[in-house]
Design a protein around this ligand. Structure first.
Ligand SMILES: [Cu+2]
Length: 144
């Protein structure tokens, strides 16, 4: 009885994995998963460096390189946004695309005075955004 249930589940998982790999290289995200910036509201005034806390619900944080269902690591997108093409590829690593591949859930961010946009995008073990993407609303902060 248990063995036959196991086989059924394995067949289902194999089918699901095949469907995902046929569709794209993106990892599926569970329904309702959300990323959000915990401690800063849109329009906040801050002094640099400032703390950004990364919120995630419906999924877990895992370090880059660790392939585990329903997990990912945070990326902070600063003063830019990912194009539709970039949403399907490994997120670049530069001054405007910061990776937290250690599984960090907060960071100190240093930015020059002025208005800046911040957005969180979760990436899978290989830095590719999930499908559908798990990302926060972009917020604008003013560095004094
Ligand atoms: Cu990454």
């Amino acid at each position: 009885m248990i063995a036959s249930i196991r086989v059924g589940v394995l067949a289902l998982l194999a089918f699901a994995a095949l469907s995902v790999s046929l569709a794209s290289a993106q990892t599926a995200s569970p329904a309702g998963a959300k990323a959000y910036i915990i401690n800063l509201k849109d329009g906040a005034e801050v002094t640099s460096p400032f703390l950004v806390q990364f919120g995630l619900s419906g999924m877990g944080v895992a370090p880059a390189g660790v392939e585990k269902p329903n997990t990912g690591h945070h990326h902070l997108i600063i003063d830019t946004k990912l194009t539709d093409e970039q949403m399907k590829a490994p997120i670049p690593a530069d001054d405007t695309h910061k990776h937290f591949g250690g599984g960090q859930t907060e960071a100190m961010v240093t930015l020059p005075p002025g208005k800046h946009t911040l957005q969180l995008v979760l990436g899978d073990w290989s830095h590719i955004p999930h499908n559908p993407p798990v990302m926060s609303e972009p917020i604008t902060v003013t560095v004094k």
